[in-house]
Design a protein around this ligand. Sequence first.
Ligand code: PFF
Length: 462
Amino acid sequence: MSEHTANIAASSISLSEPTTAPAPVWSSRFAFLAAAVGSAVGLGNIWKFPYMAGANGGGAFVILYLGMVAVIGVPILIAELTLGRRGGAAVSRCFGRITGGKGRLWNALGWLSAGTAIVILSFYSIVAGWALAYAVKSVSGSMQGLAPEDYAAHFDTLLANPGEMIFWQAVILGATASIAAGGVRGGLDRAVRWLMPLLALLLVALGVYAAALGDAGAALRFLFTPDFSALTPEAALSAAGHAFFTLSLGVGAMIAYGGYIPEHVSVPRAAAWVALFDTLCALAAGMVIFPIVFAFGLDPAAGPGLIFVTLPVAFGAMPGGAIAGGLFFTLLVIAALTSTLSLIEPMAASLANDGASRRVWTLRLTAIAGALGLVSVFSFNIWSEVRLWDAEKTLFDWLNHLTTEISLPLGGMGVAIFAGWAAPKTLLRGEFASGKAYRVWRFLIRYVAPLAVAAVFIHLVI
Ligand code: PFF
């Protein structure tokens, strides 16, 4: 038996377990790429990446981040997509199926990942809600021509009002549920096929606007001139952590999406496309934000408030700023929505086994995320003084820390160890056209990725 036939045989063994319904498949390679890029491109690219780059020395951080994406992000992305393809989208069963039932304990990793995704959804949807509130307020003109300090006050007023935050979050979760309830073909596939081209169009249009009216030269220098003195171990570790978050790794999202890949699509190539588009979108977001920030003499290292406080100051004073601001926050909402869809999927695919139960489970899961989200909502107002163990961290900070900074890298490390050491060798070899590419991948997944993640993890915990 040739190696290739052996691979196919190995993979069909793992798929021959009975399932209640035939697995759905993305309608095309484009639909799959749109969904995967949609999951990857989100608040992490447009909100987090620019402020992280801003706070960590610009170009130097960008170089580190690119290295981390190439060396640990892409290999783990290839592993996750393949595990889904060969073990099925239900992350709670995928690991056991791949090891022919012997590795059932690994399924705990699947449950942990899917649970983490729901917790992330509970607060990710809050930030997406802020973006939606800002999109509506920008277009209504209420954000125009205020004094600079009024923009900070504006954001503080939103955070102080739980009812308003809950309202906007509910709209985001409602939109997520109504798309996800339609299943893969009738929901996700149909939505991402037009949302992602729209997102690209908005990014390009806003990039042109920012280049025409802002200081593009200063932004380019900032993003691409490396200041190597900023290359601290801290910056390296936060670049590694961000590589995980931005590629949606470690929470089962890419495993679930991998479960629906059409047979003719090459996983390593798809992973490279996803990483490339994800990076391009992060850089493009930087090229929308920084030209404007520099033209107005604002602070590029303003941190999380960069988008909700600093940028509105500029939009409020620019020609066409109401429309540009409205489009910018709409871009953020679309990016977030195509990510929230993938946060539900690992749990939905694990719990639902037909169309009807899929609808019920997506509703239940979004309701759970919404209820849990109250903890984060209140941590900005009525519970803002509550502290557990750490005087610096609010409850929102804790949820973020435990999921994106602990559970997510652990999930990624688990996948790397499973794919590199526990899964049958033929399973992943079958995805690579060349033996050399496979050997490079195998080295990265067995040694480099787990060690790099261990370093991130140890640093975060200590
Ligand atoms: N990749 C998303 C972003 O950069 O905003 C965040 C994310 C989405 C993480 C989906 C994990 C996930 F499953």
